[in-house]
Design a protein around this ligand. Structure first.
Ligand code: MTE
Length: 318
């Protein structure tokens, strides 16, 4: 028998409040620490479709490190995002990230470094020439896209900052601010989002700090005003909206590995031979394509990066 309910009746109106609140708690806990969890909330953003920043970046030189593969569209790149600080659905960041104020951004540099200091973003980036780097991005959820990033080599920035000889790792932290980032009210992972690289990974010429894409200033949903891009690792290593860079002698406690250590490790190299505990990593769907592609070791960058992991068991160091 089909029981009809008025279409606009709210769950909270048909369920005793205590039970309803407990159910919400349950959904939040169950969904915690899972990339790809269902949407937990919407915050009533207004943008109907993805928008860019609309601010062109001048004097960008092309990089020989770019792939010649077909680019994903601007709409794909700016409308299908993971940025849990703004919601867990793919279109939540494009709808909600306008809340983030990026104009007076600072980056704190501390830990094992010559001069701990808080930099204005301009002061931080200006000494370096901007490059366009067209990279494949392979998400741990087994989709991928090709993105024309604009950024600066992370190695150049690190050399300028002069880490101390004892610095073995670099840790990156995203802004923590529930008012601007309403997704942080939901404990999907431990906030703030933290990522990290071993120093030799961070110094690799393929790793960049991105400040733009598709010729313009980075749209908020893609991690404005400054994010990491590490193309041989799963996308979750490419941390967005960075406010702190810390040099350390101990392996950083990265947000996903802390929240769900069985599923996410520190290294997170793209590896088609090591499956995620709940799905295969052997193939991927390129956004806009129907047929699945074979995933390549190190996302196709093995020729450049494999030597960083010589002698390591990549099944254990996932
Ligand atoms: N950084 C922060 N701060 N918060 C996030 O939720 N998601 C990560 C990564 N960086 C994420 C983040 C994941 S899972 C992916 S796949 C990429 O951002 C997606 O980047 P894009 O939306 O620009 O494609």
């Amino acid at each position: 028998m089909l029981i009809r309910r008025p279409p606009d009746i709210r769950y909270s109106e048909v369920t005793p409040k205590a039970l309803y609140l407990r159910r919400r708690e349950f959904i939040q806990t169950a969904a915690a620490a899972t990339i790809g969890a269902a949407a937990l909330a919407a915050w009533g953003g207004t943008a109907a479709h993805a928008q860019g920043s609309g601010r062109k970046l001048p004097n960008v030189r092309k990089s020989p490190f770019s792939t010649t593969e077909k680019l994903n569209s601007f709409d794909d790149v700016t409308g299908y995002n993971n940025f849990y600080e703004f919601g867990t659905e793919k279109d939540d960041p494009a709808r909600n990230a306008h809340r983030l104020a990026t104009s007076k951004w600072t980056v704190r540099v501390d830990g094992l470094v010559k001069t701990p200091k808080t930099y204005d973003l301009d002061e931080f980036i200006k000494p370096h020439a901007l490059e366009e780097r067209i990279y494949r991005l392979r998400c741990v959820e087994a989709w991928s896209m090709v993105v024309p990033w604009i950024g600066v080599p992370l190695a150049d920035v690190i050399k300028r900052l002069e880490p101390q000889p004892g610095a073995k790792f670099v840790e990156f932290t995203t802004l923590l601010d529930m008012r601007q980032m309403p997704g942080q009210r939901v404990p999907v992972i431990e906030w703030p989002y933290v990522e990290g690289l071993r120093m030799d990974e961070a110094m690799h010429p393929l790793a960049i700090l991105a400040v733009g894409l598709y010729g313009e200033v980075l749209p908020n949903q893609n991690g404005a005003p400054i994010r990491l891009v590490v193309p041989w690792k799963y996308g979750f290593k490419s941390i967005k909206s960075i406010v702190r860079i810390r040099f350390t002698d101990a392996q950083p406690r990265t947000a996903w590995a802390v929240s769900n250590p069985r599923e996410y490790g520190f290294y997170s190299n793209v590896n088609p031979t090591v499956d995620h505990p709940r799905w295969s990593q052997a193939t991927e769907r390129r956004l806009g394509e129907f047929r699945r592609r074979k995933t390549e070791m190190f996302n196709g960058y093995g020729g450049q990066v494999a030597q960083l992991y010589a002698g390591m068991d990549l099944r254990r160091n996932y």
